[in-house]
Unconditional design. Structure first.
Length: 571
């Protein structure tokens, strides 16, 4: 249908002339499948259209690995290996793409960086807008100090020097970054900034990248917060496969200040969309924890901003005495400094249970969720989240979900279920959206309608129709209808990976610590997992794993030019 909408009656001819157009992101056909079709149609292995499509595919594919660009030599080698040609044979097709503007090649920090056009434009724009925001500086205001004094008296607290500095800078600067780990007073500081902006008469928007993060922001500030997508008025163009926003440079947000939480989860494209929607003079406060995992999408935006040294940063390091009493918070800071958490701890909010046998481990996780935590700790199973670093293996989320589904939501008379693609879906199951679906419709009980369900959104299966042709899922206050062809976008979510849990906070977390792929056995994964627990953390597994993860501070390199662009004042 998309081919027909674009090419009309010439659709079939267009595919015959160049079947590789099917590999474009808007059509969504895997390059390997397109390549097989084209070669079967008689296209030769060294056709220029084949090489160009392979180069674009390689750049698109590596967006999933977080890379905004690829160095020219790596792009040539990877693409040559993909289609069994030499790197020299790829030079001319790449130069042709560059000449047409489909690929932009620019020297960044001594590297010939090859970008897809839209990501080059986004990176340049983000750097330009942020530099302009940094250039805005209000005069030092005594109002900030006055408001802080009043809030201290009203709330019976004393702000730490770094907290006062953050609030004062928020009053003076066009853009501010606030960072800090758990228990360092980040939430208290954000509340103070919100109060200050209110007393300054500034119309302030509170935003977060996910629905759960926005909900948590609303709870701690007692103000409405919303997702960035919703605030910007997201639109999905089914014809082009592109995501657009109603709010942009021509129709900016009607706000004097914007505060964004969980910014480590914001990728380059979303940051670009947000910055383009800020009207001149709007203040921007970016809040996050740089030691958590980076965004799923391309770029390393939050880290690049901090490391560039061009944006004012206030880092909160001191753990407050009340927070220090929590073993969860002490464990998080221990891991962040490279030390293993105290597994012998017997304090009320953190326990470790040694289970090296996979069968015994799964059995223990089920017992914790079904009986022990609900009965002994008063925490219902719906408020417990099982987290594992990996999907695979006997203790990965796939296997854990099968066991938890049978224990927490067993089959019963009148409870419908459907098997689709090897996954059993049952009424009452907790499910998670596993990819962005921009055109999936939803409706609220008050009649409000909209589109868009996003990667990581968690809901519950309300109803499965008797024929199994439609599944109704409730995502908090939004109700969505899933037809069978959409079910591969839903996965059972009694257990989720650390990456899927990022941006969410749970009353209780059961964290599985077993060996996994080397790239997952790193400090940032363990730190992110621990900081998902609000009241209770129970680790179950191999007691050697936490120490090994805490000691390994490897971070996968992401190719991004944002830091260099921010530092280069001439751009």
């Amino acid at each position: 249908m998309r081919l027909y909408r674009i090419y009309g009656v010439r659709a079939a001819d267009a595919v015959r002339d160049n079947p590789y157009l099917l590999a474009e992101a808007r059509f969504g056909v895997a390059f390997a499948a397109v390549d097989e079709i084209a070669l079967a149609m008689g296209f030769s292995g060294d056709e220029s259209c084949r090489a160009e499509a392979a180069l674009i595919y390689e750049l698109e594919h590596n967006l999933n690995n977080g890379h905004v660009f690829l160095p020219r030599d790596k792009l040539l080698l990877a693409t040559a290996a993909l289609i069994d040609l030499s790197a020299e044979q790829m030079e001319r097709p790449l130069d042709d793409l560059i000449d047409r503007g489909a690929v932009i090649c620019e020297r960044i920090a001594g590297v010939e960086a090859c970008y897809l056009r839209r990501f080059y434009d986004a990176e340049v724009r983000v750097a330009r807008i942020l530099r302009a925001l940094c250039a805005i500086s209000a005069q030092k205001s005594a109002r900030a100090e006055r408001v802080l004094d009043e809030l201290e008296a009203l709330q019976g607290i004393t702000y730490a020097p770094a907290q006062r500095q953050a609030v004062e800078l928020a009053a003076q600067q066009g853009v501010l970054i606030l960072t800090g780990g758990p228990g360092t007073g980040k939430t208290t500081t954000v509340r103070a900034i919100v109060q200050l902006f209110s007393r300054m008469g500034l119309d302030t928007l509170l935003l977060a990248p996910t629905g759960r993060a926005a909900m948590r922001m609303s709870e701690v500030t007692d103000r409405e917060a919303q997702t960035i997508h919703r605030c910007l008025g997201m639109n999905y163009n089914e014809l082009t496969g592109e995501l657009t926003f109603k709010k942009n440079q021509r129709e900016p947000l009607e706000a004097d200040a914007v505060i964004v939480d969980e910014v480590s989860m914001v990728d380059l494209e979303l940051m670009d969309a947000l910055l383009c929607a800020l009207r001149p003079g709007c203040r921007l406060v970016l809040v996050g924890d740089p030691d958590q995992l980076p965004s799923v999408g391309p770029g390393n935006v939050f880290s690049d901003l901090i490391r560039s040294g061009t944006v004012p940063v206030v880092a909160l390091h001191t753990v407050f005495r009340q927070a220090e009493q929590s073993a969860i918070i002490r464990s998080a800071h221990a891991v962040n400094s490279g030390r293993a958490p105290d597994l012998d701890n017997r304090q009320g909010d953190f326990f470790f249970l040694v289970r090296r046998s996979p069968d015994r481990l799964v059995q223990t996780v089920v017992e914790l969720c079904r009986q022990r935590l609900p009965e002994k700790m008063g925490i219902p199973d719906r408020e417990i989240q099982v987290i594992s670093a990996t999907r695979k293996g006997p203790c990965g989320t796939v296997q854990l979900n099968r066991a938890l589904q049978e224990a927490l939501n067993p089959p019963a008379a009148g409870k419908r279920q459907v098997l689709w693609g090897g996954t059993l879906y049952r009424e009452g199951d907790r499910v998670m959206q596993n990819r962005n679906d921009y055109d999936l419709c939803w409706e609220k009980e008050d009649g409000t309608v909209g589109t868009g369900v996003f990667n990581g959104d968690v809901g519950v299966i309300r109803e499965i129709d008797p024929a199994g042709e439609q599944i109704t899922v409730a995502f908090d206050d939004r109700i969505c209808q899933y037809t069978p062809e959409r079910l591969n976008r839903l996965e059972i979510a009694y257990a989720v990976t650390v990456h899927k849990a990022q941006g969410s906070e749970y009353r209780a977390v059961v964290l599985v610590t077993t060996p996994a792929a080397p790239g997952l056995m790193v400090r940032s994964v363990l730190y992110t997992a621990i900081t998902r627990a609000r009241e209770l953390l129970v680790m179950v597994g191999d007691d050697t794993v936490p120490a090994a993860m805490a000691a390994d501070d490897r971070r996968a390199r992401r190719y991004s030019g944002l830091r260099r662009r921010l530092m280069d004042r001439k751009e």
